[in-house]
Write a protein that binds this ligand. Structure first.
Ligand SMILES: *Cc1c(COP(=O)(O)O)cnc(C)c1O
Length: 466
């Protein structure tokens, strides 16, 4: 499998080059030259295969020229050592993607990417130094994903005083090969510093710098896995019982909505709370490979660039606005370039329905769903839930291909509600903290503080103090 830049399809590179390079030299994103198909045997057994076997079958055709099967097998086994249960809540399913170490779905991508980097650089003796700027969530997942990975060190820059206490401990509490820098400034300052570090002549001569941002193809591919697994499971008429503690304060899952017999054997509709649209793009890949997925709802907060595009056909990126589902505060979603490079507007519009939800409705949804079911949504999942409600209430008056869809509907739970307790607890009361987050809360923050200028960053990096 070769990879092209979204901007120049004549330049083909290997998976290794695409993953380690991140962004193509022309500024485009890497996409696979084609999306492979599951074999009929795999396709018909998605409902019974183990998650890591589905992971292997999903990722292998994209990487087999660079990663031998035995290595890939070990990689997926250690990266995905937590589950992604599909649980029934009320009239729908929630695909809980927050049982990893940082309690958000970004663990899937970050943990796989870290293992990829480590393997693909096995013959390099120069250490790789990954520099990331974070507004909160990504930094924790990247720090955790690369923690203890040999030959790679990580420095995370975050805006001092502007991340939650939990996020700060996730970023700056690990130590070891993960260093943290608190920047006296905003997230934009952090991003600016990282960008200037990459073009700083002395720094790039002395330190082998790389990035780990969300457009990396090796972060995207592993996210296709949980779509295929959940779609297979639902088609077989199953869902997961409470194998892992789900954020439900009252009631038991099996007392509530079960897959109705009329839904058996049907394709699933996924509702994806979206910001940069990496997660949704991964779902499109799983569907194109042959996973039984009928289509998607793209749910955004007030940053509604994509719902507007789906309605009008005109893509108008804009500055982001702040919301309570802040991991989705993206006005210019970078993966749009990938989506629109694989599919035409017509194809995207037929396959994806867009809805946007404001903060007031998001809060109402958290409170209402809790009152009715005892299930606690985080603000991102609540945007997804509310988007499904909106679709259900107006679909019969729409002309969309999916207007009469009658199969199972699953909302992606992208973060554990305890991660956003400031918002959620005001609406539902105390939320139990999962073990991974409780462990993180006990860590001590070890960060250097610098002023928001590139010389301060360069000095800290060169002195080896970060
Ligand atoms: C990153 C993130 C999202 C948005 O995912 P994209 O792939 O950027 O669309 C949604 N929810 C949570 C909790 C996130 O951390």
């Amino acid at each position: 499998m070769k990879y092209f830049s979204t901007r120049d399809k004549s330049l083909a590179v290997s998976f290794s080059a695409a993953a380690l390079g991140g962004l193509s030299a022309d500024g485009g994103l890497y996409i696979p030259q084609e999306i492979p198909s599951y074999t009929p045997a795999v396709r018909s057994s998605l409902g019974t295969m183990a998650f890591i076997d589905i992971a292997f079958e999903t990722i292998q055709p994209f990487v087999h020229e660079d990663i031998p099967d035995s290595v890939l097998g070990a990689m997926v086994e250690s990266a995905f050592n937590f589950s992604a249960p599909l649980v029934p809540v009320d009239d729908r399913l929630v695909l809980e993607l927050f049982h990893g170490p940082t309690a958000a779905f970004k663990d899937f991508g970050a943990r796989f990417m870290a293992r990829c980097f480590s393997y693909l650089r096995r013959n390099e003796d120069r250490e790789l130094h990954i520099l990331v700027a974070t507004s909160g969530d990504t930094g924790g997942a990247v720090a955790d994903g690369f923690f203890g990975v040999e030959g790679i060190s990580v420095t995370v820059l975050y805006p001092q005083g502007r991340v939650s206490p939990l996020q700060e401990r996730q970023i700056a509490g690990l130590g070891g090969n993960v260093a943290a820098i608190a920047v006296e400034g905003s997230f934009d300052d952090c991003q600016r510093l990282v960008k200037s570090a990459f073009v700083h002549p002395e720094l790039s001569r002395r330190i082998n710098l790389s990035s780990a941002n969300s457009i990396n193809i090796s972060r995207l591919l592993p996210q296709a896995v949980y779509y295929a697994a959940a779609a297979g499971l639902a088609k077989a008429g199953h869902y997961n019982e409470d194998l892992v503690p789900t954020p439900r304060l009252r009631g038991k899952s099996h007392e509530q909505g079960v897959l109705k017999s009329g839904q058996l054997g049907k394709e699933i509709l996924f509702c994806v709370p979206s910001g940069n649209f990496g997660n949704l793009t991964a779902g499109l890949y799983a569907q194109a490979m042959g996973a039984p997925i009928a289509g998607f709802i793209a749910a955004t907060n007030s940053n509604k660039t994509i719902p507007d595009y789906l309605a009008s056909g005109v893509y108008e990126p804009r500055p982001s606005v702040a919301t309570i589902s802040n991991a989705m505060d993206v006005g210019a979603p970078s993966n749009f370039e990938r989506m629109s490079s694989h599919w035409t507007y017509e194809e995207l519009r037929n396959n994806i329905m867009g809805f946007w939800i404001d903060d007031t409705s998001t809060k109402q949804t958290i409170a209402e769903v809790f009152d009715r079911t005892g299930y606690v949504l985080d603000p991102h999942g609540a945007v997804g839930w509310a988007a499904v409600d909106r679709w259900l209430s107006q679909r019969h008056s729409s002309e969309h291909r999916l207007a009469h869809f009658s199969g199972p509907v699953a909302v992606l739970g992208t973060a554990h509600p305890a991660k956003f307790s400031e918002t959620v607890e005001q609406l539902v009361g105390p939320v139990p903290v999962p073990p991974a987050l409780a462990a993180a809360m006990n860590r001590t923050v070890q960060a250097r503080t610098i002023s928001a200028n590139v010389e301060a960053l360069v000095e800290t990096l060169l002195s080896g103090r970060a």
